[in-house]
Design a protein around this ligand. Structure first.
Ligand SMILES: Nc1ncnc2c1ncn2[C@@H]1O[C@H](COP(=O)(O)OP(=O)(O)OP(=O)(O)O)[C@@H](O)[C@H]1O
Ligand SMILES: [Mg+2]
Length: 276
């Protein structure tokens, strides 16, 4: 597998520009995934395009989270995971011996179901990843951390609400603000791909609307893959949808196509609410 893109190229090209070249952001081929003896994914082959939002939908237990978590190998933190098949990110096989897991996870950031800011200040949450990933001398010499914090918080529309309380604990923010902060803290690491596992499921209706607006604003610069149980959200927020059932991909198409004209009977049954 050859590539002209580095998996963690910090001078990230705009995802939309990458899309124009016809490159895919995430590619799997014949991916099987096992937790111990239990097989959670069966022969998953998918191409996820850059610069768009792709939703993963399907009933509980169908393997959305295991698939999402395989894209930055974070699954391996959650048990005895083995895989067959191939996963490439920006053209690079992530199981190659020369792939560094910290670099992979910098490039492929993750937002979880419940906002999980660290129990430290808002400011320190934003710079935590940078501090962890950058040699100390370089941080001191080359970077104005205040600027990094302001820019990340502005990008998630949180600057006005937090600029006078950056030293407050992040856990004192509302859930909506905490989830935005969890997105903001990825940005200084210059990710290429952001994975979101039901990012709005802990939020109220206003919070959902505002976080969806934010995700929409991020779409052209990043490849976004979002798991959602909310069909309205999948329709509103995503460009393409992948419908999964029992560890397999049943259908992958544009959101309009999948909801208006599903090719598979199983997809039609799910989106009509007949099961799941
Ligand atoms: N860490 C794990 N160890 C063992 N089995 C797991 C693990 N994570 C997931 N599984 C199993 O894999 C299958 C699919 O996973 P999971 O239920 O997370 O899918 P999902 O589609 O994300 O579901 P939900 O919509 O409920 O979040 C389930 O049978 C689950 O029990
Ligand atoms: Mg899940």
């Amino acid at each position: 597998m050859q590539t002209n893109q580095n998996i963690s190229d910090s001078n990230a090209v705009n995802a939309a520009a990458l899309a124009a070249t016809g490159e895919v952001s995430i590619r799997t081929r014949d991916l099987d995934l096992f937790y111990g003896d239990f097989q959670a994914l069966f022969g998953v082959s998918v191409d996820i395009k850059p610069g768009i939002i792709t939703s993963l939908i399907g009933p509980s237990g169908c393997g959305k989270t295991p698939l999402l978590r395989s894209f930055n190998r974070i699954n391996e933190r959650y048990g005895n995971v083995t895989t067959n098949g191939e996963i490439s990110i920006l053209g690079k096989n992530i199981y190659d011996a020369d792939v560094s897991l910290p670099e992979l996870r910098k490039s492929v950031g993750m937002v979880f179901q419940r906002p999980n800011p660290l129990p430290i200040s808002i400011y320190d949450n934003i710079v935590f990843g940078l501090r962890a990933h950058t040699p100390r001398g370089e941080l001191k010499r080359g970077m104005d951390l205040d600027e990094v914090v302001e820019s990340a918080l502005r990008e998630v529309q949180l600057w006005e609400a937090t600029k006078n309380k950056l030293k407050d604990k992040a856990t004192s923010l509302t859930l909506e603000q905490q989830q935005k902060l969890c997105i903001a803290r990825l940005l200084p690491l210059k990710p290429r791909i952001i994975l979101m596992d039901e990012p709005c499921s802990a939020l109220d209706a206003d919070g959902i609307e505002r976080v969806e607006e934010l995700i929409n604003e991020l779409r052209e610069r990043f490849t976004i893959v979002m798991v959602t149980h909310n069909m309205g959200q999948a329709k509103r927020a995503s460009d393409e949808c992948i419908y999964m059932y029992l560890g397999k991909i049943i259908e992958h198409s544009s959101t309009a196509e999948l909801f208006l004209n599903p090719k598979e009977e199983q997809t039609a049954m799910y989106i009509e609410g007949r099961y799941g």
